[in-house]
Design a protein around this ligand. Structure first.
Ligand code: ADP
Ligand code: MG
Length: 246
């Protein structure tokens, strides 16, 4: 981590789908091509991220093109930044800093199977958020109870949550997800398994915005889970990153 040297290519990547955007091998190229918000771009190097990993090179352009994505890449290959960077770039700026925020309510939602994982994702989110007043909420019983206040609810940019916690707030009517434009399922193999399927269905249904972008990320995706994922997505691109010589 934090090396300025270009990492040697370690992965073989296969992509499937229509009109797949070109992968980009540097954050600078991504910044030029897609005009990332400057503070987010600068926060990459501040966080010690100098070159994108394989999954980042491929997934970031796809998500910045507003496409749906199923991404499979081994543990430790940087999947978190692969979705946080494009999602935060698409949001552009914290809603609290917008003069006439006509779009109220949470605009991005990341679901993870465990609280610990949600916590790690939130930490990555805070790195990209440095220097701006992003409201990135690690959803818990305590944060859920603050949602009764409309002023709190309407100023949230991104929620990161486990399924159960979120569904409890949906059912009590203190949270609506109608304005969510980006829905990410991380460790999707677990989220699309029987244990969580009813909750995930409820969350996906609650995210009713017609232009929502959805993506699933996982280290592995068994056939059954992949089928569920593909049915959930609209004209998705599928990327598989494999370790070479495996
Ligand atoms: P995954 O979700 O694929 O298991 P993570 O997103 O948790 O991987 O990232 C693994 C580690 O790699 C984290 O410590 C993260 O900060 C680091 N990392 C991610 N992207 C980069 C990058 N482009 N350059 C250097 N380190 C990175
Ligand atoms: Mg991960």
């Amino acid at each position: 981590q934090g090396t300025t040297e270009r990492p040697t290519e370690k992965h073989r990547v296969t992509s499937k789908g229509t009109d797949i955007p070109e992968s980009l091998e540097s954050f600078e190229a991504i910044h030029e091509e897609y005009r990332l918000p400057t503070h987010i771009y600068q926060n990459l190097s501040k966080s010690g991220y100098h070159y994108p990993t394989s999954i980042q090179s491929h997934a970031i352009p796809i998500l910045l093109k507003s496409r749906d994505l199923a991404a499979i890449s081994p543990t430790g290959t940087g999947k978190t930044l692969s979705y946080l960077l494009p999602v935060m770039s698409a949001l552009q700026a914290p809603i609290s800093s917008m003069k006439d925020a006509s779009e109220l309510g949470v605009r991005a939602l990341v679901i993870a199977p465990t609280r610990e994982l949600a916590h790690q994702i939130h930490n990555e989110c805070l790195k990209l958020a440095q220097g701006r007043k992003w409201r990135t909420v690690l959803f818990s019983k305590a944060t859920a109870s603050t949602l009764a206040d409309k002023n709190v609810r309407n100023k949230i940019d991104i929620i990161i949550s486990t399924p159960l916690r979120l569904v409890a707030s949906l059912q009590s009517g203190t949270l609506d997800l109608k304005n969510v434009r980006h829905l990410i399922l991380d460790e999707a193999d677990r989220l699309l398994d029987a244990e969580f399927s009813a909750q995930i269905e409820e969350i996906v249904t609650a995210c009713s915005h017609p232009n929502i972008q959805k993506a699933v990320f996982s280290a592995t995706l068994p056939a059954g889970a992949e089928k569920t994922a593909i049915e959930m997505l609209r004209n998705p691109i599928r990327i598989v990153v494999g370790l070479k010589d495996t």
